[in-house]
Design a protein around this ligand. Structure first.
Ligand SMILES: [Cu+2]
Length: 190
């Protein structure tokens, strides 16, 4: 019985901390601690993986600007977006892929959220996270938004790193302002 209440409280804290301001009705939900399952379900209905992709892109854009604090905020938003996905809004294929990537993606997003001040470590998590979001987008997770799968050959001592972008122009989240246009488009998605 304690877990749902705790997670609601956590969600409110995160919303307050990130100042996202998207859900003003959270406060009223929280005071009503006697209802758990039903109100939780209603709250998340219709939330698709599109919001996960949006939060990921927000994170990517923060990293292109070497902005570790905004990256942390975006990481926390991504955790929220993953938690809010309603399985009923997904196709069978999307549901399968989401089940495969959700836990790992959430963990990467959490580490990014708690590592303001250490952009190198944020980028390490971003690299693996990008592969998981790629799988989600391949299953139609961006709800038709046109995206580009980019590669930077120089990241991580030449091992390279990939990322998803909403722009055709390269804006490198791994090297940031140091080498903003390093990289190339590997694949166009949707
Ligand atoms: Cu970490």
């Amino acid at each position: 019985m304690k877990l749902p209440i705790l997670s609601i409280a956590m969600a409110i804290l995160l919303f307050a901390a990130c100042n996202s301001g998207t859900k003003t009705d959270n406060a009223s939900t929280a005071t009503d601690t006697t209802k758990t399952g039903a109100s939780e379900k209603a709250k998340t209905t219709g939330t698709s993986t599109k919001k996960v992709v949006t939060a990921y892109l927000e994170l990517k854009n923060a990293l292109t600007k070497d902005d570790d604090k905004s990256a942390a905020t975006a990481g926390n938003n991504l955790v929220e977006a993953i938690a809010a996905v309603d399985n009923a809004s997904l196709t069978t294929e999307q549901s399968k892929v989401f089940a495969d990537v959700a836990d790992d993606a959430k963990e990467h997003a959490e580490h990014i959220g708690s590592n303001a001040g250490n952009i190198k470590h944020q980028r390490e998590h971003f690299e693996t996270l990008s592969q998981e979001i790629y799988d989600l987008v391949k299953a139609g997770g961006s709800a038709g938004q046109k995206l580009y799968y980019d590669n930077c050959p120089m990241y991580n001592d030449g091992k390279g790193g990939n990322w998803l972008s909403e722009t055709k122009e390269i804006q490198n989240p791994y090297l940031g302002k140091g080498m903003p246009t390093c990289g190339s488009v590997k694949e166009e998605l949707n």
